[in-house]
Design a protein around this ligand. Sequence first.
Ligand code: PHE
Ligand code: ZN
Ligand code: ZN
Ligand code: CA
Length: 468
Amino acid sequence: MRKALAPALGAILALVVPSNVAFAADSPDISVTNTKAHLDQLQSIATGNGGNRYTGRPGYKASADYVKAKLDAAGYTTTLQSFSTSAGTSYNVIAEWPHGDANHVVMAGSHLDSVSVGPGINDNGSGSAGVLETALAYAASGQTPKNRLRFGFWGAEELGLLGSKYYVNNLPAADRAKIELYLNFDMIASPNPGYFVYDDNPAGDGARDELVSYFTSKNVQTEFIDVQGRSDHAAFRSLGIPTAGTFSGAEEIKSSAQATKWGGTAGRAFDPCYHRSCDTISNLDLTSLDRQIDAIGHMIWTYAQKDYTGGPPPGGGNLLQNPGFESGATGWTGTTGVITSSTSRPAHSGSYKAWLQGNGRSSTENLGQSVAIPATAASAALSLWIRIDTAETTSSTVYDTVKVQVVDGSATSTLATYSNLNKSAAYVQKTLDVSAYKGKTVTVKFVGQEDSSAQTSFVIDDVAVTAG
Ligand code: PHE
Ligand code: ZN
Ligand code: ZN
Ligand code: CA
């Protein structure tokens, strides 16, 4: 009897408890079978389109169409955002779950493109299939999110993070300010896997720690990795948005200590097929994939319910894009070369800053950024750090100046003027009231001007427009 009953009970349990059900709201089991099926489809797409899913080639568009169709069918509001690159047209797929507070957006994303030489199944079919399956599982779960969930599948990452940069650059400032968290997944099923958690954005430390404690609860040890500009979270990080992510390793070699904690082969790359034609459907570790997608699910389920209504807006509420100039000219327009990492003047933070004038010739330079100041704000302020050095010797005459201006349509107002008389070897913070521009989209502008001799350098960094 016993022997006969056990399989029968197992069959009944299998019927009433399907394996893809979320047992607890904070710990869904994202289906590795379904995720693998998405990867099979991406492999078929590559195989049917010249062996790759590269930007500008038909395998990329087919990948975007596949992801979009799945999300559409699940009830997502989707957008196919096209943009041009040196290798042809590329696309981002953006999918929003149309429930929850649209003022508090939690995002997860992955790049969907491969390199030109192969199908890119681990890099980054894996992250894309995992994010896609998590989005589909959330839609099917019947959860009621407190926050708005948005998923991004980026094009042209392999050409220099182009899709994610295009997305953030084309997002109005008011929308940027609503993104509370961006989670990135780029390579999560490496065949000789590691379990790395991004550690490159202090604003994302809370999410980073949540990932670590999730893996710890599953008895998986993690290591921090400083990914910096190597994947799509960088575009979000440069806006001051909290970011985090995971990574199972690329071309780096697994050490013997890492093989002891994670298994696999020491002295071998985490992914020996990284950026090669052999990054196929055979180039996956399904245990890594299974653990990683459950971590994605855990993060989405957790952050969908996080209460963001009490805290300060992300980035301290800074409405400016790239306020510390660390992404170069991103977000700013004006005189070429003003934004620089030249070491002959210090940055206030990071290595880039805006260095206006300093040439000792009769000339002007400018730099500006458009910003929408919410109508609902009680007040709004523009703050900046400025350092001024000069070869002028006078203690009474203004020769060289920088003006801080606000351009409102055809009207330009000068909020402050600093000159050679304000020289200071240390950075000084200035705060200016811009409450008069509530409800308007204006351009914040710096205009430097020098006379024909004796340089003055106006170096500006860490600019903020905040509305409270
Ligand atoms: N972004 C890299 C690529 O697509 C992979 C990578 C991800 C490297 C995360 C480091 C960290 O080629
Ligand atoms: Zn890559
Ligand atoms: Zn990648
Ligand atoms: Ca800087």
